[in-house]
Design a protein around this ligand. Structure first.
Ligand code: TXA
Ligand code: MG
Length: 323
């Protein structure tokens, strides 16, 4: 161990969850499993606790955080949900879907959570451990991905320890990798009902829109494409040069190959070409690539469809050298 804290990893059973709730109540930091990636949680209503997230991650302070809630009812304590946003919160959550909605002006949250914006990002995670933890806490949890800023996102407790050991109190270990493996889809629902996809992720927004547009309430029609503030082009970086859409013939001996389908790699996202499996394995392959002796990374093509859009978004960010 190195750093200020003796980081403990404990199993996410009832006892572990109770310990985690206690650490959070006292303003500490706990890495928690979710269905997307591990989150670095702190109580969202405490300036000091939230400041520690930024410190542990070494994150630029202009980047706002996602606030995790139990359900739509708890979301309404902090946000003014349009009727359409309310329907999704009440009927589609828990899900790997973050809603960016107008913040209640008097919402009792740390100012740094929303970084001065008049909107707030809210998500109810579809994971039994997070739901049990949120049920034990009488405050919501601010939680970015549980990695040092600029590093690959964690989909296992070991990935968390690799960059945050000594910087946080506790890691709640779910004992298996995160099911989705990619960060949540971020959808902004504006006051006039318009939708804007801020970050592609596991949820197919076209399908979601088709499901909900026939309800009597306004869900909005337009789909824009602006970036979430703080979504840096270079992100999830494995710290080595990386080339995308490589064919077998273009592989060099110093390449760590991330395969897909017919192209087998040192780590293969999905041999049978299944995009969901590929999403779940993406960060594990990037972690392996980062720690391998090979000096470069070459990635097989991944189809730009469904969750493949989110996979390619993360791959492009990982391949962009930091400024
Ligand atoms: O799956 C996830 O979303 C994971 C798990 C832990 O829940 N969390 C996660 O958090 O990915 P993070 O901090 O790595 O990403 C949060 C993103 C950032 O790109 C930030 O800019 C955006 O959410 N965001 C937060 N508040 C926002 C707001 N009010 N308006 C627009 N974007 C916002
Ligand atoms: Mg992140």
């Amino acid at each position: 161990m190195s750093g200020k804290y003796a980081t403990e990893t404990i199993l996410a059973n009832a006892e572990g969850i109770a310990r985690a709730a206690q650490v959070l109540r006292e303003g500490g930091l706990v890495a928690v499993p979710t269905e997307t990636v591990y989150g670095l949680a702190a109580r969202a209503d405490s300036d000091e606790a939230v400041a520690r997230i930024y410190e542990a991650k070494g994150r630029p302070s202009f980047n706002p955080l996602i606030v995790h809630v139990r359900d739509g009812a708890q979301a309404r304590e902090y946000a003014d949900l349009t009727p359409g946003a309310g329907i999704i919160a009440d009927h589609y959550w828990p899900a790997p879907l973050t809603l960016v909605v107008p913040r209640k002006p008097d919402a009792k949250l740390a100012a740094a959570v929303t970084a001065g914006l008049d909107t707030i990002a809210l998500r109810s995670p579809n994971h039994p451990v997070m739901q049990a933890l949120l049920a034990e806490c009488d405050f919501p949890l601010a939680a970015p991905s549980a990695n040092r800023s600029g590093f690959v996102s964690p989909t296992s407790a070991a990935h968390v320890a690799a960059t945050l050991d000594g910087r946080i109190e506790l890691i709640l270990d779910d004992g298996r990798p995160c099911v989705e493996g990619l960060e949540s889809t971020i959808l902004a629902i504006r006051a006039d009902g318009r939708w804007e996809e801020l970050r592609p992720g596991p949820v197919d927004l076209d399908r979601l829109h088709r499901t909900y547009r026939n309800s009597a309430l306004p869900i909005g029609e337009g789909r824009g494409g602006i970036e979430a503030p703080g979504q840096l082009a270079s992100h999830y970086a494995p710290g080595k040069p990386m080339r995308l859409n490589i064919s077998s013939g273009e592989v060099a001996p110093d390449d760590f190959v991330i395969g897909f389908g017919a192209i087998a790699g040192d780590c293969t996202l999905s041999e049978r070409g299944d995009l969901n499996e590929a999403a779940a394995r993406l960060y594990a392959c990037l972690h392996e690539a980062a720690h391998s002796e090979k000096t470069r990374i070459a990635v097989a093509p991944v189809p730009e469809e469904g969750i493949g859009i989110a996979i390619n978004d993360r791959l492009r960010r990982a391949a962009t050298p930091p400024d």
